[in-house]
Design a protein around this ligand. Structure first.
Ligand code: HEC
Length: 148
């Protein structure tokens, strides 16, 4: 009688040898298209965000900053994918450039148009790749269907 389990364990060994070990550096596993790595564009957005926006909207975009509390602002929690789902990039852009009520306009001298677009990428990322934060429970229920 042939021993199928011998073959199985050989196949398993092979699979283990080929599969990327979990915990390898992001470059090796990131090739699969999971946008974990911060692109250059988002990095610029992050820089400006941390300089001009995080004092109100919070480092992780959840809107729970000291300044927001002091100013009694009710800010959306951008770590919730639903919070910005109904706003187009253009609407976000106008909001950032022109401001609204207590939201100050971002001067072109502080962020050029393409830099604002980088900020928008960065903001939208809060619900996908929250920067190390005592994160709220990750939302697995996706209603947008954009992932597949
Ligand atoms: C002084 C506090 C403050 C700062 C600084 C600030 N915001 Fe806001 N932001 C607000 C408030 C308040 C609102 C809600 C305005 C409204 O709807 O009346 C808002 C709304 C927004 C919105 C619309 C979506 C939403 O969540 O309501 C975006 C996008 C936004 N801010 C981005 C930015 C960016 C990008 C920066 C930095 C360039 C920034 N904000 C800086 C207070 C601030």
């Amino acid at each position: 009688m042939p021993k199928p389990y011998l073959f199985l364990s050989a196949a398993l060994l092979f699979a283990l040898a080929v599969a990327p070990a979990p915990g390898k550096s992001p470059q090796e596993t990131g090739a699969k298209g999971s946008a974990k790595a911060v692109s250059a564009a988002t990095a610029k957005g992050k820089e400006i965000y941390n300089r001009d926006c995080s004092m109100c909207h919070g480092d992780n975009g959840n809107g729970q900053s000291d300044l927001a509390k002091d100013m009694q602002l009710t800010l959306k929690d951008w770590t919730d994918p639903k919070s910005l789902a109904d706003m187009s990039d253009q609407q976000l852009f106008d909001m950032i450039r022109k401001g609204k009520d207590k939201m100050p306009p971002e001067d072109p001298g502080r962020a050029k148009d393409d830099e604002i677009r980088s900020i928008i990428l960065y903001i939208r990322d809060f619900s996908k790749n929250p920067p190390a934060a005592p994160a709220a429970t990750p939302t697995t229920a996706s209603t947008s269907g954009s992932t597949r």
